[in-house]
Design a protein around this ligand. Sequence first.
Ligand code: NAI
Length: 381
Amino acid sequence: MRATVYWIEGDGIGADVWKGARPVIDEAVRKVYGEANSIEWKELLAGEKAQSETGERLPQETIDALRNARFAIKGPLGTPVGTGFRSLNVTLRRTLDLYACIRPIRYFEGVSSPVKHPERVNVTIFRENTEDVYAGIEFNAGTDEARRLIAFLRDELKADVDPLASVGIKPMTERGSKRLVRSAIRYALDRGLPNVTLVHKGNIMKHTEGAFRRFGYEVAAQEFADVTTTEAENLPGRKLTIKDRIADAMFQEVLIHPEQYSVLATPNLNGDYLSDAIAAQVGGLGLAPGLNQSETLSFYEATHGTAPTLAGKDRANPGSLILCGAMLLKELGWNEAGDRIEGALSRAIANRTVTEDLASQMPDAKTLGTRAFAEELMRLL
Ligand code: NAI
């Protein structure tokens, strides 16, 4: 089988990490399947490369190709803070309706971690990607829009909003909550994982976060009744337990009892915080892969940024993109090739032959450049 995968190089270290990642992914497929399976890579332009070649940061051609694609992977894309153009990442998520942001987070033996038992962490976060305060509907204090909205809230809805406030809107829908939880449940069932936890702040935000919790339990009861149970019911013989935790308690739980959680389903903002916090627990963001998914497209992305100080220097760690590749191969059903990549990365880290970001935190490590690290991984596949 030949699978078509679109790829976007990305800004900053994007070119470096791709030079490390693609040969490893191709070699894993070749080693396991010979000529029987292969990836046909097709490049799409976005970010600085698109700007210099086409005059646009996100050309329509790229969006059109992604609308019809099944698989894509991207490197990091730069975004200015506070001012300037809107994040391309957010634009892509909204335009393509990539509603689930999926982050598997696990520990690799040998990586320096701030906690005593990082190996107990093995969790996949499903973060809703299109709604919540992240929808970008906000109005600056003192503008005509803010004044009109606040006047409506005060006069019509009797809501006590300070007339001088900036205001943001937190839209969350039944459809948005349910499709996210549905995909988290399917993921857990497909992999034989024991639980899905709905993370919310429903004690305070009852009609948004509280509704997320309610809709989550409804999906489980309506669509997966024969295979799921709730923590409270604890019915025997069910494969999957659905539980829920208030977001602040969840941050404690992942530190104290991480082994009790296999999949977390969260609204947008909580998921953003939790993803980075749990990734830090196992030794940082550099290695975590990410997947943004719509009903039709699986769009993998390196979770780190553009690391401009390392760009073009053969120093970046390509691990995040390489693990994206492993996830993609498993989604294609090429599980053995995906496992080989994860195994090679585990062994390279255990052998302490790593890129400088990891080496600087390991005693007696040997520092490799991006390309040499990729060659080492190919040897270990
Ligand atoms: P960053 O992830 O680029 O850098 C944070 C730190 O981690 C730096 O010290 C950097 O050198 C290091 N680092 C990151 N990736 C590394 C790798 N693969 N190997 C070795 N070291 C690595 O985050 P920062 O500085 O906050 O953002 C820089 C730019 O990247 C911004 O424009 C931001 O918007 C963008 N960004 C894009 C993301 C994406 O496209 N998914 C995600 C995060 C940030």
